[in-house]
Design a protein around this ligand. Structure first.
Ligand SMILES: NC(=O)C1=CN([C@@H]2O[C@H](COP(=O)(O)OP(=O)(O)OC[C@H]3O[C@@H](n4cnc5c(N)ncnc54)[C@H](OP(=O)(O)O)[C@@H]3O)[C@@H](O)[C@H]2O)C=CC1
Ligand SMILES: CC(=O)N[C@@H](CCC(=O)OP(=O)(O)O)C(=O)O
Length: 342
């Protein structure tokens, strides 16, 4: 018998991607699938691409329906996971794809989310310095936001090596699935198609403190982040362009060596050959973050560009990678680095 695994939020985008990965994983046995308003309906009505699970009926999301599993993945809206996880046993591995337990600073949480802080859990980005140690044997894991995954992995080598000033500017484009599948006025098809638009400009995006948290830890000093997200007319993918003033003495060779060293043993991080730039299409369906870095000598800035599939390594793939680590399984089990092209 496999590792009994439940997915809460199975009718959503993150839940669907979790199930796509779990269905091909050799160790997990898919147990309860739950939803909110769609409880009582069949999974196939919401996730018709998941053929082998189509007839499964979605249960209500309660501690009772999630009981009796070894692992519970939560893919629910913000604010739902704290109270629910408190009702699940300490022996159950809970992997939260939502934001509730990502931030360590309660003041930052309250400022950006406007509710009391539910407390922090081990942070699910194994590739950050020290990241794996916190996850091995963990019983609770907070999966990062999709933008912070791309940005943190794009910039930590430059900051950790002292090659970039701790004051970064990020402009990132995201596909619309990043916002989930519930109806949102700014995601009307007629307004998204054929247009790229900025939103949450001026430091208001709730992923900003998460980037600050990760990059400050990597740099060993406080880092400021100016983050501008943009919405692109595509379903999946994030392309993050991250820049920072180069530190005195930083050279192109030192920069490339820092990234090559930091990514050398990372199965899911790819530094592209010089001159090749990341594109979201290269990462679709894969648990990868693809990066390129250069020194813009005229502007004296470090430029790192990262591509990620927001639903794969940006959520569900990263979640399964963390579950593997927490359970003592091989970290790469059930996860692919092979994308889809063109
Ligand atoms: N989309 C992405 O790229 C990323 C998402 N995440 C996080 O993953 C989580 C899920 O996101 P996503 O899949 O995009 O969102 P969706 O809106 O696509 O799905 C939300 C899921 O939660 C269920 N749900 C909604 N309200 C309740 C409730 N009150 N009680 C129980 N279940 C409920 C929905 O069920 P029903 O169908 O019945 O309404 C659905 O299954 C969020 O916390 C999000 O921040 C993290 C990183 C990236
Ligand atoms: C395009 C789009 O709207 N993206 C979402 C990102 C949501 C996400 O991935 O993160 P959480 O888990 O923190 O919700 C946004 O900017 O709010």
């Amino acid at each position: 018998m496999g590792i009994r695994t439940a997915v809460a939020g199975a009718s959503g985008y993150a839940g669907g991607e979790l199930l796509r990965i779990l269905a091909g994983h050799p160790e997990f046995e898919i147990g309860a699938l739950t939803a909110g308003s769609n409880a009582g309906t069949e999974l196939g009505a919401h996730q018709p691409h998941l053929r082998s699970l189509a007839g499964r009926v979605l249960a209500e999301t309660t501690p009772d329906t999630l009981a009796g599993h070894d692992v519970v993945f939560l893919a629910l809206p913000h604010g739902q996971s704290g109270p629910l996880a408190a009702e699940l046993g300490d022996d159950v591995l809970v992997i939260d794809c939502g934001a509730d337990h990502r931030l360590t600073d309660p003041a930052s949480w309250e400022r950006f989310y406007g509710t009391p802080h539910a407390g922090s859990w081990p942070y699910g980005l194994p590739e950050l310095p020290g990241g794996r140690d916190a996850l091995r044997g963990a019983k609770r894991v907070a999966v990062p936001g999709c933008y912070p995954t791309a940005v943190s992995l794009a910039l930590f080598p430059a900051l950790a090596a002292g090659l970039a000033e701790p004051d970064v500017v990020v402009v990132a484009a995201s596909g619309t699935s990043g916002a989930g599948r519930s109806l949102k006025p700014h995601l009307l098809g007629s307004e998204v198609m054929g247009s790229v638009s900025a939103y949450a400009v001026g430091g208001s995006h709730r992923h900003t403190p998460e980037m600050v948290q990760n990059l400050s830890a990597a740099a060993g000093e406080p880092v400021t982040v100016s983050f501008t997200p943009t919405l692109a007319p595509m379903s999946r993918g994030i392309l993050a362009t991250c820049t920072a003033k180069a530190r005195t003495g930083a050279t192109a060779a030192a920069l490339r060596a820092a990234y090559a060293g930091a990514y050398a043993d990372e199965p899911f991080l790819g530094l592209l050959p010089e001159g090749r730039w990341p594109a979201t299409a290269m990462t679709l369906g894969a648990n990868t973050v693809l990066v390129q870095v250069v020194l813009d000598e005229a502007a004296d800035r470090v430029i790192a560009v990262a591509a990620v599939d927001n639903l794969a390594k940006g959520t569900a793939g990263g979640a399964v990678q963390c579950a593997n680590l927490a359970l003592g399984l091989p970290e790469e089990l059930g996860l692919t680095t092979i994308g889809v092209s063109p």
